[in-house]
Design a protein around this ligand. Sequence first.
Ligand code: AMP
Ligand code: MG
Length: 372
Amino acid sequence: MRKSGMKKAGGRKKHRPLSHLVSNFLLLTIYCLLLLSGCTKEENIYKENRVLMDTFTSITVVASSEKEAREAIDAGFAEIKKLEELLNYFSPDSEISTINEAAGESPVKVSKETLDIIEKAVDISEETNGAFDPTIAPVIKLWKFSKNSKDVSVPPRKDIEEALKHVDYRKVIINRAASEIYLKEKGMEIDLGGIAKGYAADKAVEVIRSRGIKSSLVAVAGDIMGVGFKNMQKTWNVGIQNPRSGSDSDKPWEDIFARLQLKDAAISTSGDYQRFFIKNGKRYHHIIDPNTGFPATSGLVSSTVIAPEGYIADSLSTAVFVLGIKEGMKLLESRNLYGVLVNDHKEVTVTRGLKDSVDIMRKDYKISDISE
Ligand code: AMP
Ligand code: MG
């Protein structure tokens, strides 16, 4: 561990504010959580930020010594790094790239982690009828999302239609016994951008727990998984970013529209404000509807999902964004998951289990009741 990077964040010491570099509103959550959680005299909260998976990642643990914390945090980051190396779509050396290059030619032997996440991604695709589809990559690469609107263009429709022919999660062949993945057709590609961060948070928490640390929180950008904490009577205080924060704000993640109390869970938000460009007054964002190949136009601008595991929260927040309020709520309620969905009129719909715990903090946002 880089010694200088780790901060003791709890115990008798005053809590420090989070690093200004941490560019995600949900990391505010951690700060609130630290304030609420409390530690015994023997234990402190330790926290470190690093850049991994091309984003800001943070690990917080409750431990009885700096040494114990350091080893656990190192192990957590090592796990995330390992997954980054296996799963990075842009790295020619990753297992994902090897699978993509061999599409239509031959199965590829992969690690148990790669097999596991692809299996999970395909399960979620089935469950969401393809609203989440990890084979969306050929379409994604046609779109170049950037906040610099001078740099952007909408891909020609014929290119999108051509790329869409290669999108179909049912053509991912998984051979568990041989630990092999095969993409049935040439031109197919997998991109795990909508699930890998949540999955990595899960795995890091698992590794940390295996070292005897009962309480930890891992945030890979906005995909957060937390377990334990000293006092289970205390709850998480989670903020959700205002999806229409003023463009002049240099810390939009600090502008939250809602707060809610949660226990022991994972949380992810997908939004049309995270990566997008505006062309001729129209917003084009990074969550693609696999039916059309264009950015999803479900009427949602933000979808937050709370689930027992990070990979579920991550992939379903993407899927719910594509499905829209009606179908999205149906999916979440049927799985007894929690969600907070916002439409383009700043109307907020929440799942039944959360109704009494969401605190709307901005006057321009209103809870809307959907009676079925
Ligand atoms: P998230 O921010 O978790 O909603 O994930 C968005 C990322 O997932 C995008 O940047 C793409 O890499 C990928 N993606 C976009 N649309 C989809 C989709 N419909 N199904 C699966 N992955 C997607
Ligand atoms: Mg997601």
